[in-house]
Design a protein around this ligand. Structure first.
Ligand SMILES: Nc1ncnc2c1ncn2[C@@H]1O[C@H](COP(=O)(O)OP(=O)(O)OP(=O)(O)O)[C@@H](O)[C@H]1O
Ligand SMILES: [Mg+2]
Length: 247
């Protein structure tokens, strides 16, 4: 079971859009895939038309006798299951408190799925917290979408520093560019500079309106625009990720 957490300290960089599309592609390849929407914003759950309130709350998930199975919903797509978000602030506080002082709590919770799923994707909220530290420990890959702007480079360096400070394995941190616009010199220059880091996948996701249209269709891109450029970009990125991970 490979755990991939879509994370960035920075908000609004395409974590959710990427989590939805990459988990869909994993399932389409026949891998048994679980997607955990751990962000109380519930955007991933929205894209899969799941209602956050209709499943056992996060409280139940993290209790001693955690009933994870009961929290898992099937999606409209074969091989793809979902743990929808619990969007109550109270539940989120309880979860973060639970993880305070135990950096392996999430890792232990996920152990229950070992053998059942090939991939677990986690859609993370932005920021640093006890939850993010737990996510970094539980994940095999912390997959970080980065918009090639100066502020994003700054947060990228902050995340690397955080990994060092907490003695986390920085090799887990893998990145790709999102919302790129190569007509902009700055995007071009920053990408050229960061590609030297060897932490970035060669494939990237340009700024494309089909990605935004996921909100209208409430579907992964391939499900409503199979031959679009956006679908091709995500497919190429997914192939590159699997080549790096499954070899
Ligand atoms: N490649 C792209 N091209 C155009 N729009 C995009 C692209 N990727 C994401 N978006 C849009 O940008 C917005 C933010 O994307 P998304 O919700 O995936 O980011 P996020 O990192 O999950 O945000 P948050 O930190 O709030 O969870 C959304 O409206 C989404 O449709
Ligand atoms: Mg998000």
């Amino acid at each position: 079971m490979i755990v991939i957490a879509l994370y960035n300290l920075k908000g609004g960089v395409g974590k959710t859009a990427s989590c939805v599309n990459l988990s869909y592609l994993a399932a389409k390849d026949g891998y048994k895939t679980l997607l955990w929407d751990i962000d109380p914003q519930g955007a991933t759950s929205f894209y899969f038309k799941a209602k956050p309130k209709t499943h056992p709350s996060i409280k139940k998930l993290i209790s001693k006798d955690a009933d994870l199975e009961a929290a898992v919903l099937a999606t409209d797509y074969e091989h793809l299951d979902l743990i929808p978000a619990d969007n109550s602030a109270k539940s989120f506080d309880i979860m973060v408190n639970e993880m305070q002082g135990n950096k392996n709590r999430l890792k232990n919770i996920l152990k229950q799925f070992e053998g059942e799923y090939d991939f677990v994707f986690i859609d993370c909220p932005p920021g640093f917290s006890a939850l993010s530290e737990n996510i970094f420990n539980a994940a095999d890959i912390v997959l970080m979408p980065v918009i090639p702007t100066t502020l994003s480079v700054r947060t990228y360096n902050m995340v690397k520093d955080y990994f060092k400070e907490k003695s986390l394995d920085v090799a887990k941190l893998m990145c790709f560019f999102t919302m790129t616009d190569l007509r902009k010199n700055m995007h071009h220059e920053i990408m050229t500079q960061l590609f030297k880091d060897k932490r970035f996948f060669g494939n990237y996701i340009p700024y494309l309106s089909d990605v935004e249209k996921m909100g209208i269709h409430k579907m992964p891109i391939e499900a409503f625009a199979k031959s679009s450029y956006a679908a091709q970009c995500y497919a190429a990125l997914w192939t590159e990720i699997t080549e790096g991970v499954l070899e």
